[in-house]
Design a protein around this ligand. Structure first.
Ligand code: BV8
Ligand code: ZN
Length: 248
């Protein structure tokens, strides 16, 4: 592992970045921290809701037991997220989509800020807070412009639930497989702003590394993944990622 101060990108990474044809980026809550989105573990105290740890209120069991409580939790977060804007990290990643022949953006975030920054075809492993889904017919509906969200499906009348992946729930069909396939093919895998604790998302950098990719972490703190990385850029994503834009 080659730790470098946040001010510099190694010659090797520069060279690889300038010649790469296939790049994958995996993001977590940290990429949205500079937009004001509380992180779950890195210092933000979004981890508790009414005394419940986040992975209890955001769990399949809670959905079965008390769907209104789950809606209340996501209503609160939607109101928090509404006014927030993408930061330079989101914008730089959106720029990379045009720069590389093959580019894959995989996110654990449900905040929709990558979309707002202009990124397309994002693999949202854990869903999106601006959508709801019917528990009966699985119809999805956009709730981004709704002050009060309907609770029943307009189609079949069954209850609607947030279209996010809760703990103990499977990821959206095919999403992980698509991400894993891209991880196996990428030349550089950037891991930006994630504590790399939640699975199966955290296994993607391992898959990329095992397939020979150059693994680069961007995070102000070390994570369980840092030792596996070829390069760790220690600092904030909104300060470090734009440095790549200035390479050219
Ligand atoms: C499943 C949506 C199959 C909802 C989320 C293997 C081992 C152990 C456990 C498991 C395992 N496999 C499955 C599990 C169980 C579980 C799991 O992983 N548990 C963990 C806690 C150990 N996984 C699941 O349940 C998954 N489903 O496995 O299904 C299955 C199904 C049925 C039965 C059996 C199996 C589903 C997981 C998805 C849950 N939903 N989100 C919601 O948002 O409420 S997860 C949610 O938490 C996020 O999406 C994200 O994934 C995670 C939070 O992590 P981060 O995003 O990384 O955020 P965090 O705050 O932790 O870290 C922020 C980082 O940023 C820090 O490192 C910080 O230093 C850094 N940072 C801060 N500022 C900046 C910065 N970085 C850069 N710039 C900055 N400015
Ligand atoms: Zn329905």
């Amino acid at each position: 592992m080659q730790a470098v101060s946040k001010q510099s990108i190694s010659e090797e990474l520069r060279r690889r970045f300038e010649s790469a044809g296939n790049v994958l980026v995996l993001t977590g809550a940290g990429v949205s921290a500079e937009s004001g989105v509380p992180t779950f573990r890195g210092g933000g105290n979004a981890t508790a809701w009414k005394g419940m740890p986040f992975d209890v209120i955001s769990s399949a069991r809670m959905l079965e037991r008390d769907l209104p409580a789950v809606w209340e939790w996501f209503d609160y977060r939607r109101n928090l997220l509404g006014p927030l804007e993408p930061n330079p990290a989101h914008r730089e990643i959106a720029r990379w989509q045009k720069q590389f022949q093959q580019f894959t953006l995989v996110t654990q975030n449900i905040d929709g800020l990558h979309q707002k920054a202009g990124s397309k075809d994002i693999i949202e492993l854990h869903g999106n807070i601006w959508r709801a889904r019917c528990v009966g017919c699985h119809t999805r509906c956009d709730i981004s412009n709704c002050d009060s969200v309907l609770r029943e499906c307009a189609g079949c009348g069954d209850p609607l639930r947030p279209d996010v992946v809760l703990f103990g729930e499977m990821l959206p069909p095919g999403a992980f497989e698509l991400a894993a396939e891209s991880a196996r093919r990428c030349e550089i895998c950037f891991v930006v702003g994630t504590s790399a604790i939640v699975y199966p998302a955290a296994s993607l950098p391992e898959i990329a590394k095992a397939a020979g990719a150059y693994l680069c972490e961007v995070n102000p703190e070390p994570t369980p993944l840092s030792d596996l990385c070829d390069e760790v850029l220690t600092g904030k994503a909104g300060e470090i990622l734009p440095m790549f834009g200035r390479l050219q």
